[in-house]
Design a protein around this ligand. Structure first.
Ligand SMILES: *Cc1c(COP(=O)(O)O)cnc(C)c1O
Length: 398
């Protein structure tokens, strides 16, 4: 009998390999594809084993609000990809953001955040935290002095997205991490726009990375999910009990969808990024386009920072067309392949008009400060043939 095949330490494997093999828990049936464990609970052979598991003295699962084998595989695969010690999956990206922030603070604490945030994140920072006695300060994320000035002795954590939604402004994550750490606080980065393939906030000095797995991780527009990545100590202190007791757990079905999606994520995101570069170039020379915002282009205001902290420009771009709302609507209505939707990171290319949708609730002066005008459109580039996408854009631009 030959000796059993050895398995490699997953920490020594490259990302694409980790995304196919990392974190797999094989059942007694030796399945090749990861199993979906649709179960709420787990049996214990004896009362003694139940007692030991509850005490944390024996390994094993207890209840699927706490953990589940399919969810654990997804968490482990994400942790290996990010080089994080620990990961926790959540029911949505917003559950991840809310837990990462609320898990760290108590009444009397202070939070600093960049002003350009995903709408629901802005709600958590601006409205929800203050209701529980947590003060918040919003700053211009690109202004490092503003971060330094906003820090107070009771600042517990700082929060940012980069690139931002929808104008794809890039914030220097390493520089903000330094400022925040000097003030004794932690940094949480929402990395949904960049995707795990183009940016690694933990490696840049962030203490915690959060994802809406709904976006590039699922990548095919099916299920919602989120994930929180950090050190063992961060998860144990701030996240573990918060998630267990409040219950925003990821369903095993959705975890299975995400787990299988991770296998193809490097191929998908690379192709989408190539197409985004090409489309950004195409739009930048079109006479009806005033301006293109794409972090992978040398004309992006923070191109140097993007080049330093991202491995590419990403799959998202924004552009302003000449005219205003009327021209923007007529253009988007004339598209036949690119769909009108506020979602992003999908295999299908999707376009949205931030002023009237995702950022509708902001005051006009808030929108102006973020550079969201009536001619601005945000495009999430999908997996279609880029020639078809360019033709679609060309036809609609007339
Ligand atoms: C989509 C998104 C979220 C929220 O994620 P859900 O899965 O929809 O809850 C948070 N932050 C960013 C940057 C996003 O794009």
């Amino acid at each position: 009998m030959p000796s059993p095949r050895k398995s490699r330490d997953p920490k020594t494997l490259r990302p694409a390999t980790v995304l196919v093999h990392g974190g797999s828990l094989r059942s007694q049936f030796d399945e090749t594809s990861e199993a979906m464990f649709l179960t709420q609970g787990y049996l214990y052979d004896t009362m003694e084993i139940a007692e030991a598991r509850f005490k944390g003295e024996a390994p094993g699962f207890i209840y699927s609000r706490f953990s589940n084998p399919t969810v654990a595989m997804f968490e482990q695969r994400m942790a290996l990809l990010e080089g994080a010690q620990a990961a926790r999956a959540t029911a949505s990206g917003m559950a991840a953001v809310t837990a990462a922030l609320m898990g760290q603070v108590k009444a009397g604490d202070h939070v600093v955040a960049a002003r350009a945030l995903f709408g629901s994140c802005l709600y958590v920072v601006e409205e929800l935290l203050p209701r529980f006695g947590v003060e918040t300060t919003l700053v211009d994320g690109a202004d490092l002095d503003a971060w330094a000035k906003a820090m107070r002795p009771n600042t517990r954590t700082a929060f940012l997205e980069s690139p931002t939604n929808p104008t794809l402004e890039v914030i220097d994550i390493a520089a903000v991490a330094q400022i925040v750490h000097k003030g004794g606080a932690t940094l949480v980065v929402d990395n949904a726009f960049a995707s795990p393939m183009t940016q690694k906030p933990l490696a840049l000095g962030a203490d915690c990375t959060v994802y809406s797995a709904t976006k590039h991780i699922d990548g095919q527009g099916r299920t919602l999910g989120g994930v929180i990545l950090a050190s063992e100590a961060f998860i144990a202190t701030h996240i573990h009990n918060f998630l267990r007791q409040t219950g925003p757990c990821l369903s095993p079905f959705n975890a299975w969808v995400m787990l299988k999606s991770l296998e193809t994520m490097p191929v998908r995101v690379a192709a989408q990024q190539r197409s985004a570069e090409r489309i950004a170039q195409y739009l930048s020379v079109h006479p009806r386009v005033k301006r293109v915002f794409y972090p992978g282009r040398a004309d992006h205001p923070q191109y140097e920072i993007a080049a330093k902290q991202m491995s590419g420009g990403g799959t998202m771009l924004a552009f302003e067309i000449l005219g205003g709302k009327k021209e923007a609507f007529a253009f988007a209505n004339a598209l036949s392949i690119i769909g009108i939707s506020n979602n992003l990171g999908d295999a299908k290319s999707l376009i949205t008009h931030p002023e009237t949708t995702t950022h509708q609730r902001l005051k006009p002066e808030q929108r102006a400060a973020l550079g969201i005008g009536p001619g601005l459109l945000r495009l999430s580039v999908g997996l279609e043939d880029v020639e078809d996408l360019c033709e679609d854009l060309a036809r609609a631009l007339g």
